[in-house]
Design a binder for this molecule. Structure first.
Ligand SMILES: [Ca+2]
Length: 427
């Protein structure tokens, strides 16, 4: 992003593009106008202003520091008392700095959300879009941004605050909730597709692409060795999740073996079961292909399948090729915590919907808010009764269509959705 784009993000963008449901064509025209306007503001108004010159100077220095990616300087300007930034301005800009470092681009994501309103399979599509930058490093930055947004209120957690007080939020608070919603959305995609991609030899984006295909047609041997119409990365994750719940992993043509291991992370020893999942080639369709072997990590300390990325040995040192003895999928730690995959994706998606929804005065009439709910609806559709409508009731299919009915996904709903495919209709 260049200088003016960044100004757009935290000063102007949300007021116009998002809140007016502007089309993508409208956005492009608008951007050109706004850039000219902002150049005027920056160099004429800020440059020549005699009132509050210190504060204007602070803003120019802040923009310049962010543009130069001198984030330490930007943070120190925000904390400079003579600059008089409000609490909300500090939160928005500090979190923006983390989100920039996490490759989260509010402008681009917002434009893409606006495009999705008339599409089907919206969550699969946003997944493909956001998975390009999926990495634990970016997740760490997104988490930092979310921690900053949480400072909006000290009594309630961020999501509760945004959602409970949505009718009384100030504009700046609405902005904080909206940006947090985009961060939660990105977090859900990163967690899910890093979790699916690891040790498969495919990147997060490649797996997201397969996942989009899974919805549309019968899958080929290259992504579905056992020909059960579920991509093999999903087979492996669901098998591992069943194991973590104490159930048998009874997916077709799949063999699970486990081995207890420990990994010493800077003096802290963690206990895991390494799950080796062999997906056997379908004898009729895929016999010319080798079986697929994927590994997952079950944390015996938390009883969850946890997020891993790349490989490491028992001393947390990187290694190249996974085996059962000395090289394992490597657990991701964010702020010292392991990430349970299914829990985190479920929570982040619900949080994304609630915070984005809270950020609009009339969300049921706002495309951007509707899209955030449509992501959940898509996940609920295969089995609506696994989702919660209103406070506690299981959903019906009709409930899912009423935007006014609050919607919450459960882990069961997410698991159902992951293994859903839609057969092409026969002529
Ligand atoms: Ca499969």
């Amino acid at each position: 992003m260049n200088l003016i784009d960044r100004v757009l993000v935290f000063e102007v963008l949300q007021r116009y593009i998002i809140k007016n449901n502007m089309s993508i064509e409208g956005k492009v025209t608008f951007m050109k106008t706004v850039k000219i306007f902002l150049i005027f503001i920056l160099f004429v108004v800020f440059g020549c202003s005699s009132d509050n010159s210190q504060e204007d100077e602070c803003k120019i220095e802040l923009i310049s520091a962010i543009e130069n990616e001198d984030f330490q300087l930007a943070l120190s300007i925000l904390e400079n008392e003579s600059c008089n930034f409000t609490q909300e301005e500090k939160i928005i800009n500090k979190a923006l700095i983390y989100n920039i470092q996490g490759n989260v681009d509010f402008l681009e994501i917002s434009a893409y959300l606006a495009e999705l309103i008339s599409e089907d399979e919206k969550y699969r599509k946003i997944s493909l879009y956001l998975s390009t930058d999926a990495s634990s490093q970016n997740l760490q930055n997104i988490e930092e941004a979310l921690q900053v947004y949480s400072q909006i209120n000290s009594d309630d957690d961020l999501v509760t605050y945004c959602y409970t007080y949505r009718e009384d939020l100030t504009r700046k608070e609405q902005d904080i909730c909206y940006f947090a919603g985009l961060s939660f959305l990105t977090k859900s995609v990163h967690t899910l597709f890093i979790g699916l991609a690891n040790e498969g030899g495919s990147t997060a984006k490649q797996v997201a692409n397969k996942f989009l295909l899974q919805a549309k047609r019968y899958t080929f041997c290259t992504e579905d060795r056992n020909q059960n119409n579920i991509i093999d990365e999903v087979d492996a994750l669901l098998c591992a999740v069943k194991y973590s719940q104490g159930d048998n992993c009874d997916i077709d043509n799949l063999l699970l073996t486990t081995k207890d291991i420990t990994i010493d992370v800077q003096g802290n020893v963690y206990n895991y079961s390494l799950l080796k999942i062999k997906i056997k080639s379908d004898e009729d369709q895929c016999s010319i292909y080798e079986d697929v072997i994927l590994y997952k990590l079950y944390s015996k300390d938390t009883n969850k399948i946890i997020l891993t990325e790349n490989y490491c040995d028992q001393n947390y040192s990187p290694c190249d090729t996974p085996d059962e003895n000395s090289c394992f999928p490597c657990p991701v730690f964010i702020n010292g915590q392991m990430i349970p995959i299914i829990d985190t994706v479920t929570y982040s998606l619900n949080a994304s919907y609630k915070t984005i929804w809270s950020s609009f005065d009339a969300p049921e009439d706002t495309n951007m808010a509707k899209v955030s709910r449509d992501f959940l609806k898509e996940i609920c559709l295969p089995k609506p009764e696994d989702c919660i409508c209103g406070r506690t009731d299981p959903c019906t299919e009709e409930d899912l269509d009423y935007y006014i009915v609050p919607l919450t996904i459960t882990e069961e709903a997410l698991i159902n959705y992951l293994q859903t495919h839609y057969q092409e209709e026969e002529d």
